[in-house]
Design a protein around this ligand. Sequence first.
Ligand code: 5GP
Length: 198
Amino acid sequence: MSGGKLLVFSAPSGSGKTTIVRHLLQQEDLNLEFSVSATSRAPRGDEKHGENYYFISLKDFKQHIKQGDFLEWEEVYRDNFYGTLKKEVERIWANGKNVIFDIDVVGGLRIKKKYPDRTLAVFVKPPSVDELKRRLKKRKTESEERINMRIAKASVELATAPQFDVIIENIDLQVALQKSHDLVSEFIQDKLQLDEEE
Ligand code: 5GP
């Protein structure tokens, strides 16, 4: 593969990473395009196929795994598979753009490992688990059971934060948006110094 940079934004759901990613996509100077993931979960609210996700059946998802079509994939929740198709990244690079990902921590770190130099892996940290709970409840798109499932996963995900290149604490959204913009801007201009700890 040849092409641009990879910007990975990972976090527990409810941290505000989707809001940050959407904001960055509107900044023309960053020349970003969203990597639309494939998922076997059903659409939520007004989500659209090809825009938020490629919504495919579990059977098709498993077929793609077999064919080696994914750059990374993960069973994020039981029977809910998510993955980045290699073709999606190639398509965006062919458009001359940098790729931005809104994916889970395991997938995010996998991409960083595959492309260490051209990936900026950002962990978006919520202020607290209680605040996360409050935000997920406010969203009103999911059952209590699913919300609890996400909260349980969040604690495990929070522990992976130190493995990322940068941690952005989303306490004040405006500050987090500005910080994310500055980081991505520096990274795509090769001006960001990352610690090379292994
Ligand atoms: P949601 O169901 O809220 O849209 O997403 C659940 C989790 O799956 C989120 O953390 C989201 O970032 C993650 N996710 C979305 N797409 C991908 C992907 O392509 N790969 C991986 N590993 N995780 C993904």
